[in-house]
Design a binder for this molecule. Structure first.
Ligand code: SAM
Ligand code: SF4
Length: 318
């Protein structure tokens, strides 16, 4: 599938739930998000049907996200079914890791290739505070289990927050010295609730290169990846810098998103959404609407014009 600007769209992020077992301060309000009724959320068969249409149209990379995907009932059945799609080359999940120790082996057995784990601090108390109640040990145990069962490559995603974790950058970088783990630092984006305070807490990825002088740039394996990769001279794993704000990567954007309530989002930073749920089960119509809407994908986001979207990240999936 190509969009109007000739970009190949081959990557779909599927949010399977709006719900989460954490309440990260930059992702959702303290009280949580309004719980949608059962009927407003795609059921597993509907997710599978829509995902199948996407794959038949050329999507070869799928990431399962949320909310927290591991709290969705029946998640392993969905993974098992999607993993069997012909044409799928990369099938992964992004998770907060809290339930990963329990699920890692089954995820591997049902056909998931790999996991990204979100982790913003290596300090127990700070973790409790940023996630409003999470237990760091659960995530660390989850990472160990993912390694044990071979959900490789393991990527740790760390959102940079000034005054919160900028003093931990060296510790995160050090994780890549002896282990085959990628640590990816992500710039905080102004979305939903966080738009009120994200500007003051913004810490750019360029400052990481100023802080850690011996990081060496390494070639990108995948040109559409939003991350630029670096490595310590004696490092095994890699450091990724994901810079949606200081260095927009829109020109190589290859992704679209399906929300838990069945909306197709063709740009993360646009409020424009297409309701695929209401077209179910008409596959022909769904295909046509997917193709038409991908053609309309905008050239780039407009965060610098302070156009922020209304949904919180927990309702999109990152
Ligand atoms: N619960 C799962 C997790 O935490 O990985 C999946 C959903 S979460 C919304 C996906 C990713 O979005 C996480 O890595 C999270 O850190 C990131 N995220 C959420 N809000 C963000 C923001 N305002 N700016 C940058 N990244 C954000
Ligand atoms: Fe939940 Fe992930 Fe959002 Fe944290 S970042 S509140 S874990 S959805």
């Amino acid at each position: 599938m190509k969009d109007y600007y000739g970009r190949t769209i081959n990557y779909l992020r599927i949010s399977v739930t709006d719900l989460c077992n954490l309440r990260c301060q930059y992702c959702m309000p303290a009280q949580g998000v309004y719980k949608k009724s059962h009927n407003d959320i795609l059921n597993l068969e509907e997710i599978e049907l829509i995902a199948k249409e996407f794959v038949s149209l050329g999507i070869n990379k799928i990431k399962i996200t949320g909310g927290e995907p591991l709290v969705r009932k029946g998640i392993l059945t969905l993974i098992n079914n999607i993993a069997k799609f012909d044409g799928l080359k990369d099938f992964s999940m992004t998770t907060n890791g809290i339930l990963l120790k329990k699920f890692a082996k089954s995820l591997k057995n049902t056909g998931l290739n790999r996991v990204n784990i979100s982790l913003d601090t290596l300090d127990e108390k700070k973790y409790f505070s940023i996630t409003r109640g999470g237990n760091l040990k659960h995530v660390l145990d989850g990472i160990e289990e993912a390694k044990k069962v071979g959900l490789f490559p393991i990527k740790i995603n760390t959102v940079l927050i000034k005054g919160f974790n900028d003093n931990e950058i060296e510790n995160f970088v050090r994780l890549t010295r002896h282990e085959n783990i990628d640590v990816r630092f992500i710039e905080l984006m102004s979305i939903g609730e966080v738009a009120k305070w994200s500007k003051e807490k913004f810490f750019s990825t360029t400052r990481i290169l100023e802080k850690i002088k011996d990081l060496k740039r390494i070639p990108k394996e995948d040109p559409s990846s939003p991350a630029d990769y670096y490595q310590l001279p004696d490092g095994v794993g890699r450091i990724g810098l994901i810079s949606p704000i200081t260095c927009k990567f829109c020109k190589n954007c290859n992704r679209v998103r399906l929300t838990a309530d069945g909306r197709l989002k063709y740009c993360l930073h646009s409020d424009k959404e297409i309701n695929l749920k209401k077209l179910l089960p008409n596959r022909q119509l769904i295909r046509k609407v997917i193709l038409d809407s991908i053609a309309q994908k905008p050239l780039s986001h407009s965060l610098e014009e302070r156009k922020y979207i209304v949904r919180n990240m927990v309702q999109i999936g990152g």
